[in-house]
Design a binder for this molecule. Structure first.
Ligand code: HEM
Length: 498
């Protein structure tokens, strides 16, 4: 038998007191907008705030918030308050501040979540310097030359033994990603033995990356990611440990640098996967979108082919350049097509943690206070890249958007009559901008140039359109398609030509 602890009236009084106390606690801890802070939008769900909408399609969500609040606002996402700045003219207030805004904290949180990687003793400035040295000057030329040779030999060996007609069929995304990943791996990492297995395992990992970043993996998916990560660590370290002598690869050299910085073997193994991701996850998707736009925009394809025809391809000096043709020549049409492709498909989130008192100074003169512990992000995909006030019909692919009439590069774009410093930002900006930009540009050019001069490439369905973007990839760098564009390709009968 239960003994009642009190009368029903007393229970009700206790319940009311508890309820009141809880409300007071919630009110105390619940955040309100204070003077001079950006508009605050906490979302309807307690703690989660806007997490679900943000994760589903960050571009759509942030566009909705911009419509509602303007160029700067604070949203709650899974307990974290994030101030979003979408005025390209004010980006320097974030990019140039290394005192009140911290890049490393934000990056380290991601490294731990994705790669189980902790590099506490590593000096970010020393790492950056190492990276810059290895992607510039003669080292860059060597890497580009090796990359060119790898692209060509993989492409040629892949088409060997095809059907009698010589045609091969594939999804364009898989074709580009697989080819550039393997060529990139052979250039920067090690032996050829594991390259296909590493590519396959990496794609499994990469497919679940957006869910991993947002912490929304389902049970089975967590298992897939964990075993994929482990398998990749094994595959990558098997290669690097087996090469004790001879010339050392970029990857081995990076590991030596980590060792000197006091990073232990286990973390070096884990860092290999981070470097694989950083160096290989953007080129393939970028080449896919570029070739996809060319195949679905005949006027762009014709303009590019006409530019390529102008090279004297019979000139041995051009044909045998090791640092890669045509990247060392002027290619304004190519450059404009690449910039336009990246404007439409590069979608990085630039993120900083507020670590000190921060006043965000807008180009308009307005100032906003940011709170310590919050994050601040830039999402250049939305603005400047897709901003209709900067780029006419921003959703359309215009191959000559970055070309002046005299065929020089167009770099004058305006908003509110002010000339923009940042009119497209596929490579990020400031001291953490992409360190592999020149290598990436050379690689994409070499690949596309070689395809167009040595292969016939066409869509299987002449009416085919590019597949839509996978919306969960916004914020992770180069976008990926949802679906494929089926293409067929074969070696040209007479070569090289366009
Ligand atoms: C189309 C291809 C590429 C695009 C669009 C791209 C874009 C970017 C962006 C936006 C960042 C800055 C991320 C941030 O602010 O958090 C970045 C960083 C970086 N990228 Fe790239 N990237 C590409 C290809 C490459 C390649 C091929 C390499 C090397 C082989 C590379 C190496 C790096 C490295 C090492 C960093 C880190 C820099 C740092 O933390 O200081 N990238 N990339």
């Amino acid at each position: 038998m239960f003994r009642r602890s009190g009368s029903p009236e007393r229970d009700m009084i206790w319940a009311a007191l508890l309820g009141g106390l809880l409300t007071l606690v919630l009110l105390y801890f619940s955040r309100r907008r204070q003077d001079n802070e950006p508009p605050l939008d906490k979302g309807a769900l307690p703690w989660l705030g806007h997490a679900l909408e943000f994760g589903r399609d960050a571009a759509k969500f942030l566009a909705r918030m911009k419509e509602k609040h303007g160029d700067v606002f604070t949203v709650r996402v899974a307990g974290q308050y994030i101030t979003v700045l979408l005025d390209a003219n004010s980006f320097d207030s974030v990019l140039n501040d290394t005192v009140s805004l911290d890049f490393v904290k934000s990056k380290n949180q991601l490294l731990e979540r994705i790669f189980f990687l902790k590099l506490p003793g590593l000096q970010p400035a020393a790492e950056r310097e190492w990276m810059e040295q290895h992607f510039h000057g003669f080292r860059l030329s060597n890497l580009s030359g090796t990359m060119k040779a790898n692209i060509e030999s993989l492409l040629l060996s892949d088409v060997k033994g095809g059907s009698a007609s010589g045609w091969r069929q594939d999804g364009l995304f898989n074709f580009c990603y697989s080819l550039l990943f393997r060529a990139g791996y052979l250039t920067l990492f090690d032996s050829a033995d594991n390259v296909t297995a590493i590519y396959k395992e990496f794609r499994k990992f990469d497919k679940l990356l957006s869910k991993l970043v947002r912490g929304s993996l389902k049970k089975g998916e967590t298992h897939t990611v964990n075993s994929s990560r482990k398998r990749l660590w094994e595959l990558l370290s098997a290669d690097w440990l087996s090469r004790a002598s001879g010339s050392i690869s970029w990857q081995q050299s990076y590991n030596r640098f980590l060792e000197k910085e006091g990073v232990d073997m286990e973390m070096q193994r884990r860092a290999s996967l981070l470097q694989l991701w950083t160096t290989q996850c953007n080129n393939g998707p970028a080449a896919f979108w570029l070739l996809g736009f060319l195949l679905t925009h005949p006027e762009a394809m014709e303009a590019l082919k006409s530019e390529i025809r102008q090279f004297n391809l019979q000139d041995p000096a051009v044909r045998h350049q090791t640092s890669g043709s045509p990247d060392s020549r002027r290619t304004p049409v190519f450059d404009s097509i690449l910039s336009e492709t990246l404007r439409l498909t590069a979608a990085v989130l630039i993120s900083r943690v507020v670590v000190g008192d921060k006043v965000l100074r807008m180009a308009s003169g307005q100032q906003y206070k940011l709170r310590r512990g919050d994050k601040v992000i830039l999402f250049p995909f939305l603005s400047p890249q897709m901003d209709p006030e900067i780029h006419l019909e921003p959703q359309s692919f215009k191959y000559d958007r970055f070309l002046n009439i005299d065929m020089s590069m167009k770099d004058t774009f305006y908003k509110n009559e002010g000339r923009l410093k940042y009119y497209t930002m596929p490579w990020g900006a400031g001291r953490h901008a992409c360190v592999g930009k020149e290598f990436a540009v050379a690689t994409i050019k070499q690949f596309v140039f070689f395809i167009l001069t040595h292969f016939d490439l066409e869509t299987c369905d002449p009416q085919a359109k590019l597949p839509p973007v996978n919306p969960s990839r916004y914020g992770l760098g180069m976008l990926q398609p949802e679906g494929e564009l089926q293409v067929r390709y074969r070696l040209k009968r007479s070569q090289p030509e366009t």
